[in-house]
Design a protein around this ligand. Structure first.
Ligand code: V4E
Length: 250
């Protein structure tokens, strides 16, 4: 549900136009994904099941947090990719009805995060979380992607930066499912089966699509596979990584 105009103004958007407000409300979707170990056979399997390669691209991700990691300790992941800002936030798991033990096992292998891509909405969320550390007078607004003064005002610094080469595939039978094979420049590769669900959309059906696709790819493991950021943190910030594990964020 989107926040009220009153609430938005409370967080510093005093001159919010109607268009801005509608944009704030319409910038969220839920990413449901399952990571998998990507090996020499993955490409052969993709070919065998008739997957079509959509594109190969390269992007650099920069992740931001306060020096005390106040965002990531709350499972909030602020990132800049190709000049665009994204905030990934945890989403309540209880919105889906998993009717069997098998279904909940499959769901446990998937992560679901709300993705916010609208910069004013991102700033509102971050400001809300960091309200104890932000100076209210200084963090009113900055709507332009180029103006990065809000970062220092909210005490945010870049703590991770890496480049990924991504190959993306689709399979005709499973509409809306994307398979990404990622190779990060710090020497880690991972695959992802991903479905983007508009906010309020059918997460259960996304989980079922992912489960079917995992079957097509012959994935048998019942353990969650680590993402790029998990591995990056383990290698570069072992203490913070341990804390994220102990607080059950990772
Ligand atoms: C660490 C983390 C997040 C940041 C990285 O998200 P991820 O989806 O792994 O990155 P990427 O590059 O594949 O993004 P995409 O292009 O798909 O948008 S978001 C959530 N976490 C925590 C987390 C977790 N708890 N469990 C697992 C398996 N992965 C990540």
């Amino acid at each position: 549900m989107c926040r009220s105009r009153f609430e938005a103004e409370l967080f510093g958007y005093k001159d919010l136009t109607c268009g801005d407000f509608l944009q704030l409300c319409g910038s969220m979707s839920v990413e449901v994904e399952r990571k998998f170990v990507c090996n020499a056979d993955t490409l052969k399997t993709l070919e065998k099941i008739g997957a079509v390669c959509l594109c190969q691209r390269q992007f650099c991700d920069q992740y931001f947090d306060t020096p005390k990691f106040e965002l990531t300790l709350r499972d909030l992941w602020l990132r800049k990719r190709k000049e665009c800002w994204e905030l990934k936030c945890p989403t309540a798991v209880n919105g889906t009805k998993e009717t069997s033990g098998e279904q909940s096992k499959a769901a446990a292998l998937c992560s679901r995060y709300k993705e916010i891509t609208n910069l004013p909405e991102i700033q509102l969320r971050v400001k809300e979380v960091l309200k104890d550390v932000c100076d209210d007078r200084e963090t009113e607004t900055s709507r332009s992607q180029e103006d990065e003064s809000w970062l220092s005002k909210m005490n945010l610094v870049c703590f991770a930066e890496f480049t990924t080469v991504r190959r993306s595939f689709t399979v005709e039978e499973e509409e809306g499912v994307q398979i990404d094979l990622d190779q990060a420049d710090f020497g880690y590769s991972v695959g992802e089966i991903e479905v983007l669900v508009p906010e309020g959309g059918d997460v259960q059906s996304a989980l079922e699509k992912i489960e079917r696709m995992a079957g097509m790819l012959g994935l048998t493991g019942d353990q969650r596979v680590e993402g790029k950021m998990n591995v990056y943190l383990k290698r570069n910030y072992p203490e913070h990584y341990a804390k994220l594990l102990s607080e059950h964020v990772l």
